[in-house]
Ligand binder design. Structure first.
Ligand code: F6P
Length: 547
C-alpha cells in the first residue's frame, strides 16, 4: 500500500506550529532553564545504554505537543508499519525498503511479494560466518598456499562508506587482518593501496549492488590486472569475492559463483552495511562482533517501532530537526562525536541524509513549497572545537548540533577521557548560555583593563548563546551500541521523509552527472570536444591540450 500523501504545510499542526514559532523564536533557553528546574527530566529519554538529553532546544512542552501532532497528522504510525512490513514504499523504484529485515530475529516473518525473506537473510549470514571464520583462522588460502593478511573492499557510496565507517569505528575490536578501502576512480587512490599489498596474501571483496558502477568496475579491473602480473587467470577465483545482486556480471568478471554473496533490491545502497555489504566488517572484527552490531540495530528498530512517539528517540530527534529546518530556517546540522573512532560517522551519514532527503518533488510529483533535507556535516570533538566551532558559537547561522559521547573510554585512560568529556559537556553549556556583556565586563574589571580597551573589545567577546544541541551519551562504544546509533539516524531519516512527503529511498539526482561523465569521457578519448556551454568547452580544451 502506498504511503499517505499530504503536503505538511497544509496540516493543522503545521499552521499551529507557525503561530507557535512566532512566540518561541526569541525565547531564551537559559531563561527557560532558570524558570523550570524539571526541564531536563521532562526532555530526556533513557533507553538501554543511551541517555538522550534534548532539553537544550528552543522548545517547551507545547512545541513538543505540536510536533507530535504533526507526526500523527502525517500518519507516521501507519507509515512505520508499512516500512517494517515490506510494503513498496520506495514507489518510484517499485521496491520495499527492508534494511530492518537484515537485522531481524530468525523467527521474524517479513514478506516481499508474498515470500518470507528471513530464511534467505539467515542463509547469507551463515555464509558470511563460515567465510569469515575460514579467512580469520587462516584456513582459506591464496594461490601460493599462504593465509590472507589483507582485505581490500572495492566499492563506492553505500558499498564503501558504511563498511569503512564501521571498521574504523570498531578498530578496538579488530583482529590481525589489515582492511583497506578503495573507492575513488582517482587512480592515485588505488595505486596508494596497491603499494601496500602482497598479491599472494590479499583478498579482494568487490562490493557493488548493481555491478555496473564505473568507479568500482574500473578499480576492480586495475586491481585484477595488477594481480595477474603475479598470478594466473584461474587464481582470480581464490582472491576475488563479490557482494552483488548481479550474478551474471560478477561471474563474467571471473568470480566463482560460490564466492558471491547475494543482496536484494529491497536493500538500499546507503542502508546496506547490514547485508553482505558488511562482509569486510565481519572479516575485520569477526562474525560475533558483526552480529552484535546487527543486534544493536535490531534493538533500536524495536524501540522505534513500538515506543510511544513522546519517548521515541528517532521520532523526537527527527521532529526537532524539522522544527529548526522548517520554522527557524536552519540550513544545516552538525554531528560531533567525542570519539576519534567515529571520525567517519558524519561523512557516512551525509549519504544517508542527503541522498535520501535531498529531494524537491513531493509524493505527487509536484515541486515542494517548503524546505526538505538538511545538510549534515561534522568532525570529532575536540578537534572540531579548534576548527569550525567559532562559527557555531559566534557566526550568523543557526546550526543545531548533536553531541555524541561515551561514559567509558575503551583503553581505560581516565585522564584523557575526563578531559575529552569535560569539553563535551562544556561545549553544550557554552552554546546554551553564551556569555553576556555583563559577564565579559566583569572579567575586564577583574583584569583591570582600561575603559577604552574594554569598550572596544566587549562586542567581540560576547556570545549570544541560545544555540540548540542534543546530547547523546552512551555507556561505551561497543558493536551493539554502534548498531543502535546508526539505526537511530536511519529512522530519523525515515521520519523526516514521511513528514516532508517525499520519497526518501531513490536517488535519481546522482544520475545526470554520471550520464554526462560518460559522454565527456568519449570526447576525451577521441580528443574531440563537442558543443557545450563555453565554460565547459574552455575547460575541456585546456585539459586536452595540457594533459
Ligand atoms: O551514488 C549512487 C549510488 O547508487 C548509491 O546509492 C550507491 O550506494 C552507490 O551508488 C554504489 O552503487 P553500487 O553498489 O551499485 O555499486
Amino acid at each position: 500500500m502506498a504511503l499517505h500523501n499530504t503536503n505538511p504545510t497544509t496540516t493543522i499542526a503545521w499552521q499551529k506550529l507557525q503561530n507557535h514559532f512566532q512566540e518561541m523564536q526569541n525565547v531564551s533557553m537559559s531563561a527557560m532553564f532558570e524558570k523550570d528546574n524539571t526541564r531536563t527530566s521532562q526532555f530526556h529519554i533513557q533507553w538501554n545504554d543511551f541517555l538522550v538529553d534534548y532539553s537544550k532546544n528552543i522548545i517547551n512542552q507545547e512545541t513538543l505537543n505540536l510536533l507530535l501532532e504533526l507526526a500523527n497528522e502525517s500518519q507516521l504510525k501507519d507509515s512505520i508499519s508499512k516500512y517494517f512490513d515490506g510494503d513498496g514504499i520506495n514507489q518510484t523504484e517499485n521496491r520495499a525498503v527492508l534494511h530492518t529485515a537484515l537485522r531481524a530475529a530468525a523467527t521474524a516473518n517479513i514478506k516481499v511479494d508474498g515470500e518470507n525473506v528471513i530464511p534467505e537473510v539467515f542463509e547469507v549470514k551463515s555464509k558470511i560466518k563460515t567465510f569469515t571464520n575460514e579467512v580469520v583462522n587462516g584456513d582459506r588460502k591464496g594461490f601460493t598456499g599462504k593465509s590472507f593478511t589483507d582485505i581490500v573492499n572495492i566499492g563506492i557510496g553505500g558499498s564503501d562508506l558504511g563498511p569503512a565507517m564501521v571498521v574504523e569505528a570498531l578498530q578496538y575490536y579488530k583482529n590481525h587482518l589489515n582492511v583497506h578501502f578503495v573507492s575513488n576512480v582517482d587512480g592515485d587512490h588505488v595505486n596508494e593501496i596497491i603499494k601496500k599489498l602482497n598479491p599472494e596474501t590479499t583478498l579482494f571483496v568487490i562490493v557493488s549492488k548493481t555491478f555496473t558502477t564505473q568507479e568500482t568496475l574500473t578499480n576492480s579491473e586495475t586491481i585484477r590486472e595488477w594481480f595477474l602480473k603475479s598470478a594466473k587467470q584461474e587464481d582470480v577465483a581464490k582472491h576475488f569475492v563479490a557482494v552483488s545482486t548481479n550474478l551474471q556480471r560478477v561471474t563474467e568478471f571471473g568470480i566463482n559463483p560460490d564466492n558471491v554473496f547475494p543482496m536484494w533490491d529491497w536493500v538500499g545502497g546507503r542502508f546496506s552495511l547490514w547485508s553482505a555489504v558488511g562482509l569486510s566488517i565481519s572479516l575485520a572484527i569477526g562474525f560475533d562482533n558483526y552480529n552484535e552490531l546487527l543486534n544493536g540495530a535490531n534493538e533500536m528498530d524495536e524501540h522505534f517501532k513500538t515506543e510511544d512517539f513522546d519517548k521515541n528517540i528517532p521520532v523526537i530527534l527527527a521532529l526537532l530537526s524539522i522544527w529548526y529546518n522548517n520554522f527557524f530556517g536552519a540550513e544545516s546540522e552538525a554531528l560531533i562525536p567525542y570519539s576519534q573512532y567515529l571520525q567517519k560517522l558524519a561523512p557516512y551519514l551525509q549519504q544517508g541524509f542527503m541522498e535520501s532527503n535531498g529531494k524537491s518533488v513531493d509524493r505527487n510529483g509536484k515541486p515542494v513549497d517548503y524546505q526538505t533535507g538538511t545538510i549534515i556535516w561534522g568532525e570529532p570533538g575536540t578537534n572540531s572545537q579548534h576548527a569550525f566551532f567559532q562559527l557555531i558559537h559566534q557566526g550568523t547561522k543557526l546550526i543545531p548540533t548533536d553531541f555524541i559521547g561515551f561514559v567509558k573510554p575503551l583503553y581505560g585512560n581516565e585522564d584523557h577521557h575526563d578531559k575529552l568529556m569535560s569539553n563535551f559537556f562544556a561545549q553544550t553549556e557554552a552554546l546554551l548560555h553564551g556569555k553576556s556583556a555583563a559577564k565579559v565586563q566583569a572579567e575586564f574589571d577583574k583584569q583591570g583593563l582600561s575603559a577604552e580597551k574594554a569598550s572596544f573589545l566587549l562586542p567581540f567577546k560576547v556570545f549570544s548563546g541560545n544555540k540548540p544541541t542534543n546530547t547523546i551519551l552512551i555507556q561505551k562504544l561497543t558493536p551493539k551500541a554502534l548498531g543502535s546509533l546508526v539505526a537511530l539516524y536511519e529512522h530519523k531519516i525515515f521520519v523526516q521523509g514521511i513528514i516532508w512527503n517525499i520519497f526518501s529511498y531513490d536517488q535519481w539526482g546522482v544520475e545526470l552527472g554520471k550520464q554526462l561523465a560518460n559522454s565527456i569521457l568519449d570526447e576525451i578519448n577521441s580528443k574531440n570536444v563537442n558543443s557545450h556551454d563555453s565554460s565547459t568547452e574552455f575547460l575541456l580544451n585546456h585539459f586536452l591540450k595540457n594533459k
